[in-house]
Design a protein around this ligand. Structure first.
Ligand code: LLP
Length: 418
């Protein structure tokens, strides 16, 4: 979170005091640092310099157009999982030829549009999906470049909900079936086998599971070569963790260094699909304390941000730091649960946090740039938060706060007499 720091007791994002941002845009509000996003991306790009490689930012982590545009300007590629993400990337200036399309359930119209704009590769996750891509490409009189997401059956050692590389997950084709499926695909008329991909999970804090997966993929690449199926690129997915509290994940440099060492002089192109490690620590969510509710056995701070704004704590018991926007000199810290106004016991952003609070205080929920706003909802008919991006000492609203009119758009009542 080094683009966020205290200066004279006030939390800043780059050169801007965050109390000013809250005053101008209201709360809850997501605040992103352009500089932090750029530096995180460049960590990957620079470690891969001189290689046939592409860093395809995983759009799902934060799909705001301004975020995508900042990355597109640096030449990033993009990993998408829906037509909506495809259109966002194109709108933000991303190049179709740098897009890979992941996800287990690509629909025919999505495949068609992706072929029409000319994406780089479909990451196919099942035999049924292979048939669909081949059929749709045939109808469009095109040949689709494909890769299979291989499930290497390694334990990423992360939260079960975000671990994806074990054989009982829904993702990818089993490594034991891969040879047969690759050979079958090689004989189809409207697909062209170009790559192999995997994504074993998210928020990994060790290199070892990545290396285990890579070892298994390389064995498969060699087996396929013997059968005349040539793999031109390896896509190792995303998954590199970030520091939320005291984790010490490897840096992109260390991770990529280990990958390059293992690859030696193999002529394989490389793709990475980082999401969290590009944006998580480039964003905070600002929220305001509405009330303090202290009882004999528990203190609650009721804040205006809730599980609909940031669901990670409720959904994964994820820990995100919560810090004051202005450091208070007087008074003492108490232990609080920080809870939102949503009518669910699971509506909390933090538990047992030691904070020196008063009603009206502003708080920053840290590491909120990834899987924050994108997972927000309108539960309890709460408008989704605004998003702003800081660039040095300027701030731009990159998504307006929703209005109640936005929320009811498209809804109608039954006609009279029914
Ligand atoms: N590639 C594929 C195929 C993926 O499924 C994902 C994430 C990524 C790349 C990016 O992974 P990352 O670098 O961000 O770890 N909502 C959860 C995380 C879900 C991740 C889903 N897939 C959370 O808030 O922790």
């Amino acid at each position: 979170m080094d683009s966020f720091e205290y200066r004279d007791g006030r939390l800043h994002c780059e050169d801007l005091a965050l109390d000013k941002v809250a005053e101008r845009f209201g709360t809850p509000v997501y605040v992103y640092s352009r500089d932090a996003i750029e530096r995180a991306y460049l960590n990957y790009a620079q470690a891969l310099e001189g290689r046939d490689a592409l860093v395809c930012y995983a759009v799902k982590a934060n799909s705001n157009l301004a975020v995508l545009n900042v990355l597109a300007r640096l030449g990033a590629g993009f990993d998408i999982v829906s037509l909506g993400e495809l259109e966002r990337v194109l709108k933000a200036g991303g190049l179709a030829k740098n897009i890979v399309f992941s996800g287990v359930g690509k629909q025919a119209h999505e495949i068609k549009r992706a072929l029409e704009v000319g994406i780089r590769c479909f990451n196919i996750e099942s035999e049924a999906e292979l048939e669909r891509v081949n059929t749709v490409a045939g109808e469009c009189q095109q040949i689709a470049d494909i890769s299979f997401r291989v499930n290497p059956d390694v334990d990423a050692g992360t939260h079960p909900y975000i671990s994806t590389g074990l054989k009982d997950n829904k993702f990818g084709i089993a490594i034991t079936d891969a040879e047969r499926i690759y050979c079958h695909a090689n004989g189809l008329s409207h697909v062209n086998v170009v790559g192999m991909d995997c994504h074993i999970g998210s928020q990994l804090t060790e290199i070892a599971p990545f290396m285990d997966a890579l070892d298994r993929l390389l064995v498969l690449v060699d087996k396929l070569a013997e059968q005349g199926v040539q793999i031109h690129h390896l896509d190792l997915g995303g998954g590199l963790g970030v520091c939320y509290t005291d984790e010490t994940p490897p840096t992109p440099q260390a991770y990529i260094g280990a990958v390059l060492e293992k690859l030696g002089d193999r002529a394989l192109g490389l793709i990475f699909e980082p999401g969290r490690s590009i944006v998580a620590n480039a964003g905070v969510m600002l929220t305001q304390v509405e009330f303090l509710k202290c009882t004999d056995h528990k203190n609650f701070a009721i804040i205006d941000g809730a599980m609909n704004d940031l669901i990670r704590p409720s959904l994964y018991s994820a820990y995100q730091d919560i810090i004051p926007v202005a450091l208070r000199k007087e008074g003492e810290a108490k232990t609080y649960d920080l809870v939102g106004p949503v009518c669910e016991t699971g509506d909390f952003l933090g538990k047992d946090r030691d904070l020196n609070l008063q009603a009206g205080d502003l708080l920053a929920v840290c590491s909120a740039g990834a899987y924050g706003f994108v997972m927000s909802s309108n539960y309890n008919t709460r408008p989704r938060a605004a998003e702003v991006m800081v660039d040095d000492n300027e701030v731009f609203e990159v998504r307006a706060r929703e209005t109640l009119v936005d929320l009811m758009r498209g809804e109608v009542m039954l006609p009279k007499g029914h």
